[in-house]
Design a protein around this ligand. Sequence first.
Ligand code: NAP
Length: 329
Amino acid sequence: MSYTANEKRYDVMPYRRCGRSGLKLPRMSLGLWHNFGAKADPDNAREMLLGSFDLGITHFDIANNYGPPDGAAEITFGKIMESDLRPYRDEMIISTKAGYYMWPGPYGEWGSRKQLMASIDQSLSRMGLDYVDIFYHHRPDPDTPLEETMQALVDIVHSGKALYVGISNYNPEDTRRAANMLAEKGVPCLLHQMSYSMLNRDNQAVIDILPELGMGSIAFSPLAQGLLTGKYNSGIPADSRVMTDGRFLNKDRIQEEQLDKVRRLEDVARARGQSLAQLALAWALREQGGVTSVIIGASRLGQIEENCRALERLDFTPEELAKIDAILG
Ligand SMILES: NC(=O)c1ccc[n+]([C@@H]2O[C@H](COP(=O)([O-])OP(=O)(O)OC[C@H]3O[C@@H](n4cnc5c(N)ncnc54)[C@H](OP(=O)(O)O)[C@@H]3O)[C@@H](O)[C@H]2O)c1
């Protein structure tokens, strides 16, 4: 069946300006870290991507190494671009990243000019694209001079292979240095992508400095890989990430202390008329200290639909926030 996008796709999704740039991001973005690899069901992958676009999700987040195997998510995405989404390319914000292990030898990871220049070409080829909208340095490199990594990002923009650049997993000090270097070179840093959720607030400090740097913020794993949906509260479901793909979330990482907090958050969600997942996403997007956009993952379209309904209620009373803080400790 050929695809025609939902005519009402821009009616509901709110979009927010990313830092001091001209770019607006949907408050909810979709990530392809899981469930888009070579063994994933291609029909399900297509249904999730097209269903997301129909909901007004214009931003799709990928990385060179998403799979498995490495590169497979970009290939899956490229196929769906070709079969269905090509006419909508100008309505889409596609990001990819380089920095984690991708190929053998000294140039297959981290932040050298050699790694970034080769990786962007590989990513564009796998996705069948002329350019990506956002190209990230995926993680800080302790050995490569930051100046070299940032110059590579600038040159990638000048070559037309990316429209904007971002950084991911940088600490506040390196974020500041990177942002200043990029600004001096005339290619401002669009945004920072960091882990952030009710169960992982370590990056609040970096989020708080981004406005003064003119950067936006985008939170990954806002549901703590599914923990914040409550699905693990009374055992491990057979169709959950822990059972279907335990590479990054396994039984050992599910701790009773966290589950106890999640169970107590259910009362707050219920009182707000939201599911736990919706509460967690609304909290990450809240006006008081929240982020520009969240990148959700999903294993089926129904989850994306449920999660988007979080956008119906993003406001929090001071009492609700205090109650949540008391639970999170
Ligand atoms: N920059 C980085 O270093 C970095 C690192 C990690 C991720 N990311 C980005 O962030 C994206 C999202 O990460 P994530 O997948 O960990 O995000 P997440 O939203 O915290 O977790 C997504 C998972 O939770 C479960 N889930 C989602 N909605 C649900 C619902 N309504 N009900 C029940 N279960 C639900 C699904 O897993 P199951 O159904 O399989 O249980 C889904 O795959 C990635 O795709 C990637 O683009 C970036």
